[in-house]
Design a protein around this ligand. Structure first.
Ligand SMILES: [Ca+2]
Ligand SMILES: [Ca+2]
Length: 190
């Protein structure tokens, strides 16, 4: 079933400065020695600023791909119950019988804050403050409820995962693809 309006996509914060700044600074200081430290440090600052700008430009092209691959190996959509058990009467109980499970395939805790789960129509749920423990699974319900370590709630009043066909897509906090899961008439995918 569809809901009337979709939430706007989440705004993504500015990424923290890459470590190139610190590397350049240390390199310049070591190479030039203490006597030239003050003047060199100014040059180093300029160099760092230039490198930072260049680095930011490069990272926009190259880093997200590797970051996505990284996260893709870490968290997966492990199960989807897109048809809530019983009659779809749109009660909160029924809405919460519709869910998607995410599993952390690593041993390390992963911060899922800002990660999104979307359907084919663009209805998007953004994870709030939440860490998924290593090897743990979290179930994201469609309806309303109080978030716990094992269950999160989209707080919707309508179904989001179509019974006939749909795709759940997981993206990280940079908006990069992590995993998806399709069902219905999709030519045999999943
Ligand atoms: Ca049903
Ligand atoms: Ca849908």
């Amino acid at each position: 079933m569809r809901v009337a309006a979709s939430r706007p996509p989440p705004a993504h914060g500015t990424d923290p400065a890459p470590s190139v700044n610190g590397c350049l600074w240390e390199g310049a200081r070591t190479m030039q020695g203490d006597s030239l430290f003050v003047s060199v440090s100014v040059t180093a600052r300029r160099l760092a600023a230039t490198a930072l700008a260049a680095g930011a430009l490069v990272s926009a092209v190259t880093l997200p791909a590797s970051a996505a691959d990284h996260d893709r190996a870490k968290v997966e959509i492990s199960r989807v119950q897109y048809d809530s058990p019983g009659r779809d009467d749109r009660s909160n109980r029924s809405l919460n019988g519709e869910w998607v499970e995410l599993t952390n395939t690593t041993r390390e805790r992963i911060n899922l804050k800002g990660w999104t789960l979307s359907d084919e129509s663009g209805h998007t749920y953004t994870v709030g403050r939440f860490h998924l423990n290593g090897r743990a699974t979290v179930r994201i319900h469609t309806g309303e409820g109080r978030d716990t370590r094992t269950d999160l709630f989209q707080d919707r009043r309508a179904y989001v995962w179509n019974n006939d066909r749909d795709t759940a897509t997981l993206r990280n906090d940079r908006g990069r693809f992590v995993d998806d899961h399709s069902w219905g008439r999709h030519g045999g995918r999943h």
